[in-house]
Design a protein. Structure first.
Length: 153
């Protein structure tokens, strides 16, 4: 099973979408293995968005991402990275397909409700960036046998 990071950004927190977003992942059959609210600072944002630091929009990204706390989640499941990326939709909410989180809740490229890890390798790095090992739990419940065939897990 894979783990991936999801951040409900300030645009999702301010709009009271936390419960709706968590419910989508749970209804899909993914496991919430870690969950916390945290206030991001410039240091973690410079690290997390290092590939964007030189972009002209980075200062507004910093303002956006520090406006309120975020909700950080570790989401687990078979092919969790790809499944979560598919559920979040295209980065720009105006271009995201209806039925995706961004397609249903966002009209922006920056204020796009959620961040989701883009690869298995980055998911591992990002989970470790936002969570201590003891904050991530390994469990399944009785519904697990109804989500996957025995040879899928």
């Amino acid at each position: 099973m894979e783990s991936t990071l999801v951040l409900i950004k300030p645009s999702g927190v301010i709009r009271c979408l936390i419960g709706d977003i968590i419910a989508r992942f749970q209804h899909k059959g993914l496991i919430i293995a870690g969950l916390k609210m945290m206030q991001l600072d410039e240091a973690i944002l410079h690290e997390h968005y290092a590939h964007l630091v030189d972009k002209p929009f980075f200062p507004s990204l910093l303002v956006s991402m520090t406006r309120t706390p975020v909700v950080a989640m570790v989401v687990k499941g078979v092919d969790a990275v790809a499944v979560v990326r598919s559920m979040t939709g295209a980065t720009n909410g105006r271009k995201a397909a209806p039925g995706t989180i961004r397609g249903d809740f966002s009209m922006s490229g920056q204020e796009n409700i959620v961040h989701a890890s883009d690869s298995v390798e980055n998911a591992d790095i990002e989970v470790r960036r936002f969570f201590k090992p003891e904050e991530v739990f390994n469990y399944t419940d009785d519904t697990f046998k109804y989500l996957y065939a025995p040879d899928e897990v």
